[in-house]
Design a protein around this ligand. Structure first.
Ligand code: GLC
Length: 560
């Protein structure tokens, strides 16, 4: 457990709330059906208008944009063809500068997605590298000769399905791709590649970007001898990717050297943040290794265990306790429930037996995310209870990178969680500001009931509860920085935990189910608690701890 008092200053990325935007579907200003940077600017006030007392803003502290660089969009931007430019789909470099300026004006930081494990096969580096075995960039990607019988160089697979190797006629060789065949992996053992990427990183830092989310940051480095991955004994998963131990194509020790080098660059600038997507398969490590032995790698490593936990108190508490236990001293946890790669949490949890009331589950999940010790990351639309559009017509699909090749690690299309943001009940949920165009992905038909405008007007809405949670968190040292301690060691149907600093003690109670007695295993003073936020109790009221919890009750109480 880390005590809040050990932090001298409150770094923004420890205390702030990050909001992920999927630019294709957040807001479409030019009315072409595809989201754009100008659209994001027009909606910034909703995210944070710079007024802490705002009646309409969510109050987030940073936006993370999924990729906006030039790209043929095979993987919707996660296949970059020019790192120095913005895709015309989203706007121009001037639009980007304006977005940074407008965000900063409101006290909002801007984080970019940095896709550097691979480029697009349309990137000029790859085009050049593919021409021959002796061009100047011949070694910028992972090229290997066929086996003597013409077969694949080894058994490495693509995460998106099928073999990880694709043959190039021009070179008479195979190149490796962790993802789609249009996303060739860079050769990070080549110092020229590193220098080229590092120069690009400086370009964006010089532009005032506040940090990066390193895409696929646990697979940059691959085995230099291209050894075969061991096959799991008796494994028969239909996603063949899961049948291997990814010992030689993932999580290699050399990966850490690369992240350390990137961290050194970001550390040359003031107050910059490095997040990374860490998916750990080899079982050699857990994701905390990505903090670095001396806390000199990622500030915030994303790990998926908490997000993939079922909606049961015991499982969620286990993940939090695990993180409390393994987060190294001086390092800082981070939590998210949703992102652009996984079904939204209200859709994931719809099957569970406790999930009878989605609105209250959304509030409880939001409370958990925003009161656990660590930096919370929200995914656009989560704050209004958006769910996956599961019955989306298949001819509308955009996630072709995954659907092209089956048998990968991802079960199916990720489109359901990427539908347009639901702003109001006008045409296309206000995504194109009233223009009746065909949106990039269809709007979830539930937008008449689930939208920002409706939620803002309803005091009991999910959005207003999120707004309150963000405000309470901002005003509470204990919730931002305090230690985390559970009051229940074997949670059955509720969680109760304390966040505490030298100056403040906050108790969080979340009931996952029907009316229950409020039972805790550890002593807690019963008198004099001020209600900071609750879906049942009146905020601002002084109470003694209850004997009974209402169905789905959430209460955040401060000791007076
Ligand atoms: C990451 C991204 C995902 C993308 C993949 C390839 O996992 O989150 O959306 O498809 O990397 O870049």
């Amino acid at each position: 457990m880390t005590d809040g008092k050990q932090f001298k200053t409150e770094e923004w990325w420890k205390t702030g709330v990050i909001y992920q935007i999927y630019p294709f579907t957040f807001a479409d200003a030019n009315g072409d059906g595809v989201g754009d940077l100008k659209g994001i600017i027009q909606r910034l006030d909703y995210l944070n208008d710079g007024n802490p007392e705002s009646e309409t803003s969510l109050g987030i502290d940073a936006i993370w944009l999924s990729p906006i660089n030039q790209s043929p969009m095979v993987d919707n931007g996660y296949d970059v063809s020019d790192y120095y430019d913005i895709s015309p789909t989203f706007g121009t470099l001037e639009d980007f500068d304006a977005l940074v300026a407008e965000s900063h004006k409101r006290g909002v930081k801007v984080i970019l997605d940095l896709v550097i494990n691979h480029t697009s096969n349309q990137h000029e580096w790859f085009i050049e590298s593919s021409t021959s075995k002796d061009n100047p960039k011949h070694d910028w990607y992972l090229w290997q000769d066929p086996e003597p019988d013409g077969g694949l160089p080894n058994n490495w697979l693509s995460y998106f399905g099928g073999p990880g190797w694709t043959f190039s006629e021009a070179r008479g060789q195979y190149y490796f791709h962790t993802f789609n065949k249009n996303q060739p992996d860079l050769n990070w053992r080549n110092p020229e590649v590193r220098q080229a990427i590092y120069a690009m990183i400086r370009f964006w830092l010089d532009k005032g970007v506040d940090g990066f989310r390193l895409d696929a940051s646990s697979v940059f480095s691959k085995d230099e001898f291209y050894r075969y991955n061991p096959v799991k004994f008796g494994a028969t998963d239909k996603n063949a990717y899961h049948n291997q131990h990814h010992l030689y194509d993932k999580d290699l020790p050399e990966n850490h050297e690369i992240i350390r080098e990137i961290r050194q660059i970001t550390d040359e600038y003031e107050d910059r943040l490095l997040i990374g997507e860490t998916f750990i398969d080899s079982r050699l490590y857990d994701s905390t290794i990505f903090y670095g032995v001396n806390n000199d790698e990622l500030h915030l490593p994303f790990a998926f265990e908490f997000s993939f936990s079922p909606w049961y108190p015991g499982y969620l508490q286990r993940e939090i306790e695990k993180k409390e236990l393994i987060t190294p001293a001086g390092a800082w946890p981070t939590y998210f429930l949703d992102n652009h790669d996984i079904p939204r949490h209200l859709s994931r949890w719809v099957e569970c037996s406790l999930c009878t009331n989605p609105t209250e589950i959304a509030k409880a999940a939001g409370a958990l995310l925003l009161t656990t010790r660590g930096t919370p990351v929200l995914y656009y639309g989560q704050e209004i209870g958006m769910v996956d559009y599961v019955d989306m017509p298949s001819d509308k699909s955009r996630d072709t990178a995954v659907m092209d090749d089956h048998g990968g690690a991802l079960p199916s299309s990720r489109d359901g969680a990427r539908t347009p943001m639901q702003w109001d009940d006008s045409v296309n949920a206000g995504f194109s500001f009233g223009k009746p165009v065909d949106p990039w992905l269809p709007v979830n038909p539930n937008y008449f009931e689930v939208n920002v405008q409706r939620d803002l007007a309803d005091k009991t809405s999910i959005l207003n509860f999120y707004r309150l949670l963000l405000k309470v968190r901002k005003n509470s040292e204990a919730l931002r920085l305090g230690s985390w301690r559970t009051l229940i060691h074997y949670p059955d149907e509720h969680l109760a935990y304390v966040r505490e600093t030298d100056h403040e003690k906050v108790l969080v109670i979340i009931n996952f189910s029907y009316e229950k007695p409020f039972v805790v295993d550890s002593y807690i003073e019963p008198e004099n608690w001020l209600v900071l936020a609750s879906n049942i109790l009146e905020a601002g009221k002084l109470i003694d701890l209850p004997d009974t919890l209402h169905p789905f009750e959430v209460a955040i109480l401060r000791k007076e």
